[in-house]
Design a protein around this ligand. Sequence first.
Ligand code: ADP
Length: 421
Amino acid sequence: TATMRAAGLSLGAASAIFLLAALYFMQRHIVRPVRRLTGKIQSMQETGDLALDLGEHGNDEVGMLASEFGELANRLTKAHGELETARDEALELARAKSEFLARMSHEIRTPMNGVLGMTELLRNTRLKPRQERFVETIYESAENLLRIINDILDFSKMEAGKLQLEDVDIDLRAIVEETVESLADQAHQKDLELNAVVPPELTTRVCSDPLRLRQVLTNLVANAIKFTDDGEIIVRLAEEQAEDEQVRITFSVEDTGIGISEENQSLIFDSFTQEDGTTTRRFGGTGLGLAISSQIVELLGGQLAVASEPGVGSKFYFTLSLEPAQSAPPDGASEPSGVAGKNFLVVDDNATNREILENQLQSWFATVDSANNAENALARLATATAEDSLYDLVILDMHMPRTDGLQLARAIRAEPALKDL
Ligand code: ADP
């Protein structure tokens, strides 16, 4: 048994030595080269530089792996270089194209203004009814064409990175009111209510680009009118909490129109895209309006977004952080004299209108009640007379269902107790 034990021991020693040798071999020829290779790959990933020297490697499997990998890296480096050249060429081409477009649009605008100006003069001369119709059509077509050209000009300017923004003192209330005023006719032709809500306490004097801001709002309101058949459109400004000196304002344009399906909501901000072919045919348009608007909003420091439900309506909105205006407000701003302390009654069937008038009058230190139709207004006036708390002024909406503003005014005038109103 002693001999057997000795044989076992030497067998154990021999296998231990063999194991060590195998480990050494693996360490030297497999583990180390693989580790070196992984190290190289890692540094390639970190530096992004594919042209790394993989160093010496043997002819075994690991060596072949390393050389295959080196070959792959070389080919990738070459392809990468080719791609970069192609990208630079494409960018340069796109820039040149945009620049050409910008220049051409400018060239087109000059004669277009000639056409519009002359047509306008022609419109004011003595014309037969048939000729008048022709001139009217020329004028409208020229205006449409100019609008499209302006869109393309803006778009290409933006693509070429050449749109310069102004940064001057502006009054947000004035900008919103001007926008709404300029589109009021269009809205009323479709029997739509178009309202602006700018709370009296909102900081309206800020720094921004008045033209571009008006352009975005005009575009959103024009779309809202275009895609709404009945109901109302509200342009709303709201002041948000700001952490620093800046003024944070959320602008929104809400309509009660056809709405936009969820899948199309992500597409409409892309250039040249319209919700679908049928919409285009029904409503016309270049599909550039929202693309331009959202790029302008981005340049102004915000992001144009949409919330919408088909058949219910859409709301387009964005928030801007604006610097407060540098200069003091002009003297005698917008406060009319003689309104403070007076008692008002506002009569309007539209809730938004009532809210606007109430807010506006209260900001001028007047007391305001309101009624949503003529019957309620007369009842309120009668109560006030009975309680001897007379109103000084009534503000009437003209278009109200059942009894309109004129009829109500006549009823009021017919009442002797209200002769001082
Ligand atoms: P276009 O000049 O053709 O109107 P826009 O970029 O302004 O182009 O609008 C793109 C598309 O987005 C429109 O064709 C329409 O389908 C959809 N859209 C925009 N605004 C509204 C809205 N207020 N209600 C419903 N759909 C709208």
